[in-house]
Design a protein around this ligand. Structure first.
Ligand code: FMN
Length: 215
């Protein structure tokens, strides 16, 4: 991965609609996405991978009135992913995580598996009753997946632009997402840049002394 290049480039705002991510590359990226870690292995996400023009049009048409400027990014992307997060955390989801971990042999030792499950439940109860931030905490996991997927895309030579400019109520309704117990957190447009519209101006970020405290 060319970190120098990554540090000095802008996120892509103009995708080349004629270019499509090869299927093998897309599958590599999704396999990586699947492997992203989440706190307590909670895996609170479902991802809608928009592959057809119709699906991208449906999203672009349902961003909400004030977010129309993002529609071109979606329409010209090769693929756009809707990253959704659970809106609540039912017992059935927790059981599903535990069952999968057990089936995968995460902790072959039964006592260790039971200890892990009780520690996970303690932690979840803390989020629910002490910090009262369950939804916020689950969405933090989604952003971690987002960031890791952006880095993996860079490694695969694919541009990845996150988009927060959308109305989640409208996007949820367009894809019937609420009905599944999830809600839209963030979008990720993927593809290749329109070379005629790449902006090469300076990247603006705070200086290091504003950001880092060495103790
Ligand atoms: C989480 C996140 C959400 C973003 N949402 C949008 C968006 O909805 N529309 C857009 O044009 N740019 C969006 N951006 C791009 C940022 O505005 C951009 O990265 C920032 O202004 C810095 O610009 P640069 O990447 O060109 O240096 C988003 C970036 C991040 C990290």
């Amino acid at each position: 991965m060319d970190l120098d290049k990554l540090m000095n480039k802008h996120l892509t705002r103009y995708f080349d609609p004629s270019k499509t991510i090869p299927e093998e590359t897309l599958q590599q990226l999704l396999t990586f996405l699947r492997s992203a870690p989440t706190s307590t292995n909670i895996q609170p996400n479902h991802f809608y991978v928009l592959t057809t023009p119709e699906a991208k049009e449906r999203l672009a048409a349902n961003l909400g009135e004030r977010f129309q400027d993002n529609s071109g990014k979606i329409l010209n992307s090769s693929h756009t992913i809707i990253l959704t997060t659970r809106a609540d955390l039912p017992e059935s989801h927790i059981e599903e995580v535990f069952d999968k971990e057990t089936a995968d042999g995460r902790f072959p030792d039964q006592a260790k598996n039971a200890l892990w499950q009780s520690m996970t439940r303690d932690f979840l109860n803390m989020r629910i009753y002490r910090y009262k931030d369950l939804n916020h905490w689950m969405e933090k996991q989604t952003y971690l997946v987002l960031g890791l997927t952006m880095m993996a895309a860079a490694e695969l030579g694919v541009e990845a632009t996150p988009l927060e400019g959308f109305d989640p109520i409208s996007v949820d309704a367009a894809f019937k997402i609420r009905e599944t117990g999830h809600t839209t957190t963030v979008l990720l447009a993927l593809g290749y840049p329109d070379l005629a519209k790449v902006y090469n101006g300076p990247v603006s970020r705070f200086e290091a002394d504003r950001l880092f405290t060495f103790v």
